[in-house]
Design a protein around this ligand. Structure first.
Ligand code: ADP
Ligand code: MG
Length: 324
């Protein structure tokens, strides 16, 4: 499945922007100090505003892709960022520049990198941190949905952190595939990465806000287990796993976290979009609000276990957070 082709003919691209696209040289205003990420049609570089010394992330988007003018897509991405300007969970657009080949979006810098780095088996976060990050992600998603926007590319590479130690707050980035709902009829598109997209996208069925909630389920699964729930040996196998909702919920896979996490994820990784909870409904799930295990009196937790827990680094970390 190819990601970004055909987008120009699809409905719902926004064209109304207020941020001026400066034609003065980007390099005269900013000094580039490194590379932060790279996609098919974009490079993101760390840069310092010379006048203020402030750090930003500059996303260089190709104006022409596969010999086609894609300026409209870039303008659309800017328009979406402008619509979400008031929400702290979405990265802020600081300015825009135009060079010979690119349009450069100057974005708020998220210094903590991708939450993808916390989806790797031996570097997983404590459960209380994971639930905090999922709550923040849901706040951002709820804001988008209230604005009739769907992100359609939510994945651990597109959820960034403001700082790494201590683990900061999330910032949602990459609105290249985001769409406005209900503008011009029904939205159906083939896009995104099969591993992270909902069955309705693979089946070319109508897209709704529920499509993003599937992705939240995938992200929660990855933060909790360190594994991608649907990835197969090839695209076909992944496709099949997604459309059959073939997920491993075994106790071994979820050994380090509470049963409530399984319940939360199970409610989101549901084939029928209409059966998934909304972002607002997810926010009231008990998993997201539970206390770290065994810190409140729990009769099912015997004294010996409790002492082991008290010695564990996880417990000490939770305590520090409680006290702070
Ligand atoms: P693409 O459309 O190519 O996926 P993204 O907007 O997702 O482009 O950016 C690619 C990568 O660059 C991200 O996954 C992230 O690692 C990094 N990145 C993007 N925006 C920022 C930012 N504001 N601060 C820090 N890093 C960023
Ligand atoms: Mg991306």
């Amino acid at each position: 499945i190819d990601c970004r082709s055909g987008a120009a003919t699809s409905t719902g691209l926004l064209s109304d922007i207020h941020t001026p696209i400066c034609t003065e040289s980007f390099e005269s205003v900013y000094e580039i100090t490194g590379e932060l990420g790279r996609g098919k049609f974009a490079v993101v570089k760390r840069c310092v505003e010379k006048a203020s010394g402030k750090v930003f992330a500059a996303k260089f988007l190709k104006k022409r892709r596969r010999g086609r003018d894609c300026r409209a897509e870039v303008i659309h991405e800017m328009a979406v960022l402008e619509m979400t300007r008031n929400n702290a969970r979405v990265v802020n657009l600081h300015g825009a520049y135009e060079t010979d080949h690119d349009i450069v979006l100057v974005l708020e810098y998220a210094a903590g990198g991708e939450i993808f780095d916390h989806c790797i088996s031996d570097e997983l976060l404590p459960e209380a941190q994971i639930t905090r990050l999922i709550r923040q992600t849901l706040e951002g998603v709820q804001y988008l949905h209230q604005s009739s926007l769907v992100h359609l590319d939510l994945k651990p590479q597109n959820i960034l952190l403001t700082s790494l130690t201590p683990v900061g707050d999330i910032k949602i980035v990459d609105f290249g595939l985001a769409r406005r709902l209900g503008a011009v009829g029904e939205l159906r598109e083939i896009l995104g990465t099969p591993e992270y997209v909902a069955p309705e996208i693979l089946n070319y069925e109508p897209i709704t806000t529920a499509t993003d909630l599937w992705s939240v389920g995938v992200i929660a699964y990855m933060l909790v287990t360190g594994e991608s729930p649907f990835v197969g040996d090839d695209k076909q196998e992944t496709y099949l796993n997604v459309s059959q909702v073939n997920v491993d919920y075994s106790r071994e896979t979820f050994s380090r976290v509470s049963e409530l996490s399984v319940d939360f994820i199970r409610k989101l990784l549901v084939k029928a979009p209409e059966d998934r909870p909304s972002a607002a409904e997810c926010m009231s799930h008990p998993w997201l609000w539970q206390q770290p295990p065994c810190f409140s009196p729990d009769p099912s937790c015997d004294t010996e276990d409790k002492e082991n827990v008290l010695e564990s680094p996880h417990f000490k970390r939770f305590r520090l957070e409680d006290d702070g």
